[in-house]
Design a binder for this molecule. Sequence first.
Ligand SMILES: NC(=O)c1ccc[n+]([C@@H]2O[C@H](COP(=O)([O-])OP(=O)(O)OC[C@H]3O[C@@H](n4cnc5c(N)ncnc54)[C@H](OP(=O)(O)O)[C@@H]3O)[C@@H](O)[C@H]2O)c1
Length: 344
Amino acid sequence: MRAVVQDGYGDPAQVLRVAEVADPVVGAGDVLVRVLAASVHPDVWHVLVGQPHVLRVMGSGLRRPSPRTPGTDMAGEVVEVGRDVTALAPGDVVFGETIAGMQWRNGGAWAELVAVPAEWVAALPDRLTPAQAATLPTAGLIVLSNWPQQVEIGPGTRVLVNGAAGGVGSIAMQVAGALGAEVTGVDRGDKLDLVRRQGGDHAIDYTQEDFTRSGRQWDVVFDIPGNHAWSRLDPVVAPDGAYVLVGHDGYGMAGRWLGSIPRVMGLMVRARRDPRVAMSFEDVDKSVRMARLVELASSGGLDPIVGHTFPLEGAADAMAVLASGDARGRIVLDPTMTPDTRGQ
Ligand SMILES: NC(=O)c1ccc[n+]([C@@H]2O[C@H](COP(=O)([O-])OP(=O)(O)OC[C@H]3O[C@@H](n4cnc5c(N)ncnc54)[C@H](OP(=O)(O)O)[C@@H]3O)[C@@H](O)[C@H]2O)c1
């Protein structure tokens, strides 16, 4: 099969190439999927450049990544099933993650074929294209696993999502909106149309207005960039509210060695004395969260906007668009596209 191969850590334009490699081995509990779309998101960026460096000792590979093919989530058609798989059959169209646990690893999704345990994938919801569905697993599972438990989100709940136009923020906005919350999205001015299209009742341009100085309060602050000190966040989170930090390294801005890990650890300490700080490392079964994503997508609560599609050969270009911050909507690779097709 054809696959993107990563020869080392560094500039994606230098370390990525497309090569003929052996088809994946299909285990007894696996399905072999012909990939129709695979997502391009910041966790893949981390593994491509090898930053923060700590990821190399966290399982990504000390000197070079292993496995060599990037990508953590995809949608595609099942072409073969392992001998123990009964719930799926060739011809089924599915989506899901291709790795479990720590996200800073290569998962082999940027390829024509990928083998994954059958319980990690779910049937494609009718309302979604494979490209839309491919953008959901990794980002969606991070939203669901960080979803604040201390606030019951429903009609009237005030939710603010900082970093609302990105992969994680757009899902957080839509999940909150589907529950009936009044949602405020914060992002760059030229992305506020996306924020509104994805369910934002209010949109704030972070280059013009600092939401921590607005004098307003929110019941839930779902923070992707994590660019404000706690002393500024404290007054805007309601007394019985919740603050969730996902933590975005800003493509290297947060530091080469540990990235946003120190900030997350600081909040873990704060969470011991401030119940509003939501830190969840609950290890819920992947299939349970996939079922929740399917439920949300099937009821119209999740409708991802795909802004850019590249062939496998455009993987480095796709990563450049992502890291530039200029992407409008999600970015996917489509292994069925011909190499001369540029990103659209
Ligand atoms: N996407 C995934 O599948 C996934 C899964 C697990 C974990 N994560 C982690 O979650 C983090 C976010 O991922 P993502 O996919 O949402 O990233 P993303 O697509 O790059 O989105 C981040 C958004 O935040 C905006 N932003 C930057 N600085 C801001 C500020 N000061 N105030 C408000 N908004 C600001 C960015 O806009 P600008 O263009 O202006 O910078 C961008 O629209 C990453 O660190 C990633 O490692 C992501």
